[in-house]
Design a protein around this ligand. Structure first.
Ligand code: HEC
Ligand code: HEC
Ligand code: HEC
Ligand code: HEC
Ligand code: HEC
Length: 204
């Protein structure tokens, strides 16, 4: 608790903080945000599903960041006078969107699409880590080419039933169960690691 308060105070003063280093890959870099939004509170403690806020993750390339009215579905009733939420109320009143600083991005020359990954059952946790434990959001994985290729070369053990994609806790499956489930999905959808690692797949 004290550590958390300290970290929050440092953020307030410094504007940004290195939560965990690897500077180069921006892994662990928590950006200063207009509101100190906590996935730990909203997902970990309150159990809100990712798709409540990231509404387009199943249907489009982008997951999308929540519009202010989504926050207000709860915060017009909850914590209504809280100072930390003043920017949210202001945004609602003026119609000016909150500007969130992005932490998880790939360069423009890389093509990425959420919907296909979600449809095949790649869990959010594979690429974004334990978001449900983050008091402030940081990039959990390096989005370097090798990270993508490691999975594209052998996706089977990384696949799960699509209805479990937003579950953060690890599945209680043995390695053998994971692989045999994944191999069935690969066969059903004719997923071929050879085409998945073609340069044109991600550089279009
Ligand atoms: C489905 C309900 C719900 C939605 C939607 C929601 N919140 Fe919350 N929020 C809560 C609850 C419940 C708490 C109290 C959490 C606690 O005390 O542990 C909270 C607390 C907060 C706090 C106080 C600090 C903290 O994390 O405890 C902030 C800041 C906040 N929310 C920001 C937002 C923003 C920004 C959005 C929109 C992107 C949002 N909330 C959307 C339910 C919601
Ligand atoms: C109550 C709304 C809410 C819920 C539920 C929620 N998020 Fe978020 N998410 C946000 C907001 C607001 C931001 C922007 C601020 C930030 O980065 O913390 C964000 C940012 C992110 C980012 C960083 C994007 C970027 O490039 O900056 C990722 C990744 C993410 N969320 C994943 C998830 C996952 C995975 C879940 C479910 C386990 C989830 N979120 C649940 C509101 C939510
Ligand atoms: C296979 C890896 C992978 C999976 C699985 C994945 N993401 Fe992402 N996510 C990314 C990448 C890469 C980006 C950066 C995209 C960009 O810069 O265009 C990203 C960006 C985001 C963002 C920032 C906003 C946006 O639309 O770009 C949010 C929010 C997010 N992801 C949420 C989720 C949620 C929720 C899930 C699970 C339902 C999920 N992601 C599953 C790799 C993944
Ligand atoms: C944990 C496993 C995993 C990771 C990590 C991963 N992918 Fe994928 N990716 C898949 C699977 C599975 C498919 C679906 C193949 C299919 O159904 O044809 C896929 C498909 C794709 C496609 C094809 C989309 C389409 O419309 O045909 C692109 C592009 C892609 N991934 C880009 C990326 C990029 C860029 C990264 C890294 C930022 C990445 N992926 C990381 C598993 C992964
Ligand atoms: C599964 C997705 C994926 C595939 C397939 C892929 N790349 Fe990439 N590539 C990426 C990502 C993600 C980056 C961004 C790396 C970063 O930001 O550090 C990247 C970056 C690059 C770069 C920029 C320099 C660098 O290494 O950072 C070059 C050049 C490149 N790729 C060439 C290729 C070639 C050639 C192939 C085919 C042999 C290929 N890529 C296949 C995802 C992919």
């Amino acid at each position: 608790m004290i550590l958390l308060a300290l970290a929050a105070a440092m953020l307030g003063i410094g504007g940004w903080a290195l939560v965990r280093s690897p500077w180069e890959t921006q892994e662990g870099l928590a950006e200063h945000q207009p509101v100190p939004f906590s996935h730990k509170h909203h997902v970990g403690d309150s159990g809100i599903d990712c798709r409540y806020c990231h509404t387009s993750v199943e249907t489009s390339a982008r997951a999308g960041l929540p519009a202010t009215h989504i926050c207000m579905t709860c915060h017009s009733q909850l914590w209504t006078g809280a100072e930390v939420l003043a920017p949210v109320r202001q945004s609602m009143a003026t119609g000016r969107p909150l500007v969130w600083h992005r932490v998880a991005q790939v360069p423009d020359y890389v093509y990425f699409n959420h919907s296909i990954h979600v449809a095949r059952g790649v869990g959010c946790v594979e690429c974004h880590g334990r978001i449900d434990k983050m008091p402030l959001t940081w990039r959990a994985k390096p989005f370097q080419m090798q990270f993508c290729l490691d999975c594209h070369l052998d996706p089977a053990p990384h696949l799960r039933p699509p209805q479990l994609v937003t579950q953060m806790e690890p599945l209680r499956w043995s390695e053998a169960e994971k692989r045999s489930y994944g191999e069935r999905v690969m066969a059903a959808h004719r997923i071929d690691p050879k085409t998945l690692t073609n340069c044109e797949m991600c550089h279009r």
